[in-house]
Design a protein around this ligand. Structure first.
Ligand SMILES: Cc1cc2nc3c(=O)[nH]c(=O)nc-3n(C[C@H](O)[C@H](O)[C@H](O)COP(=O)(O)OP(=O)(O)OC[C@H]3O[C@@H](n4cnc5c(N)ncnc54)[C@H](O)[C@@H]3O)c2cc1C
Length: 405
């Protein structure tokens, strides 16, 4: 009897915890969107602005400046824009997102991101409502019951783009009007805000001057101290930056002649995430492409495998154990591997949901003497997570920069 009561308490507590987690997700997905963003306002600002980084957030800052005819320049370290958004059109018969892929918020978010009023969404989305999924602990493959997927979906209304990608969305709605102002191959390594103007230096030895600067590099890049700030940031700000967990990780897409796998296979890991998933999920596609995402400590196990081909062999071996050798038999030999955790200008994948407390967020969003501002995924005041958070943070920061006295 005593044992049954204890069991009941455990079950109720676990359910409660699970439900409260789901509810927090739901709140994040529905209620936190701003009524309007900087895209709906007009600004009179006479100064010059430099934006460091041409990811989703940097491009969003630029969109506001462009709309208001403000003098600005984007310095981007690599030879492309998009940052952690990237698409491939060579592997499959449909475009693949090899960076961000899912919309983890309500579909209406897309309208907010492009400044469109009203509820009607232009994009065709696929609700991420799984038909079948499974779990794998390294030894046992278990099919998840259907009710579990339905239950999760009612709290987590995720979706994917049907014929396009996250990269296309940002390219079309944000980058299009600002890309002419990007200076590529310009990694910034110094920002001196000790004088009236801010001096920005790049690794190539070039120097730029601006009234205000927005830094939009990933928190991993900030943590690596690649950029020297003069004077140094306050201790409180440094601590807030260093306390953010930014997992290493990579993504793989592999092409098969047969679809032998379910929509999702979640793999058991001690820290981070690991899973296989159908990249062609509910797309009108003739190609079978299985995705693999790994972040956190487990990543190291794969990073120890060199060359890259060994990572693919090890994934095929794992799949063969789950599916009786079907993976090797139907593997086409074609894959893409994007190693975000080891790119110098990314240094990780994404920040974990809910780790930023309110006070943390406030410190992270503080400017340096109203001269150097920050925007990007971790500064997301609206708690939309990932790409939407990065873009909304860009609009929020643009508004702050243009209105600060
Ligand atoms: C594999 C993967 C899967 C993901 N999945 C999802 C998902 O499904 N849904 C979702 O919403 N989000 C997802 N994310 C997270 C999402 O991609 C990011 O939150 C978002 O793109 C971050 O945008 P950002 O502008 O803040 O940063 P970034 O995209 O990192 O942009 C920063 C830019 O700064 C540049 N830069 C860096 N250092 C310097 C320097 N010193 N000088 C000049 N430029 C510099 C970089 O090259 C980059 O272009 C995923 C990320 C990864 C890696």
């Amino acid at each position: 009897m005593k044992f049954r009561s204890v069991l009941l308490v455990i079950v109720i507590t676990s359910l409660g915890m699970c439900l409260s987690g789901c509810l927090r997700w739901a709140v994040r997905a529905e209620n936190k969107l701003p009524e309007e963003t900087a895209l709906h306002k007009t600004y009179n600002y006479e100064g010059k602005v430099i934006i460091v980084g041409a990811g989703a957030s940097g491009l969003a800052v630029a969109k506001v400046l462009e709309q208001n005819n403000i003098d600005y320049l984007i310095l981007e370290a690599t030879n492309r824009y998009g940052g952690r958004l990237k698409k491939d059109t060579t592997l499959a018969g449909f475009p693949i997102d090899i960076g961000a892929e899912w919309l983890h918020s309500a579909p209406i978010t897309l309208n907010k991101l492009k400044g469109k009023l009203g509820d009607k969404i232009d994009e065709e989305l696929i609700p991420y409502h799984l038909d079948n999924s499974a779990s794998w602990d390294g030894k046992e493959y278990k099919t998840d019951p259907r009710w579990q997927n339905n239950f999760m979906y009612s709290f987590l209304p995720e979706s994917k783009f049907k014929e396009t990608t996250w990269y296309d969305f940002v390219d079309e709605n944000i980058a299009k009007t600002v890309k002419h102002n990007i200076e590529f191959n310009s990694p910034v390594n110094g920002i001196d805000y000790s004088g009236n103007n801010v001096i920005v230096k790049t690794i190539n030895g070039k120097t730029y001057e601006a009234d205000r600067v927005v830094v939009t590099v990933s928190v991993g890049v900030l943590q690596s101290n690649m950029i020297l700030f003069i004077p140094e940031m306050k201790e409180e700000k440094k601590q807030a930056i260093n306390s953010i967990i930014f997992h290493p990780g990579f993504k793989v897409a592999m092409k098969f002649s047969e679809k032998f796998y379910p929509d999702v296979i979640t793999c058991k890991v001690d820290d981070g995430e690991k899973g296989f998933y159908d990249m062609a999920f509910k797309k009108d596609a003739q190609t079978n492409v299985l995705g693999f995402l790994c972040t956190g400590n487990e990543t190291q196990k794969y990073y120890n495998l060199k060359p890259e081909q060994e990572i693919i062999s090890s994934l095929l071996e794992e799949l063969d154990k789950m599916f009786d050798g079907k993976a090797s038999k139907s593997y086409s030999g074609k894959y893409i591997l994007e190693n975000w955790g080891q790119y110098e200008f990314t240094q990780g994948t994404w920040t974990q949901a809910f780790q930023e407390s309110k006070s943390h967020l406030k410190v992270l969003n503080l400017s340096l003497d109203s001269k150097v501002y920050f925007a990007g995924e971790i500064y997301d005041k609206y708690q939309q997570m990932g790409v939407p958070g990065a873009i909304l943070s860009g609009y929020y920061t643009a508004n702050k920069l243009l209105t600060d006295e």
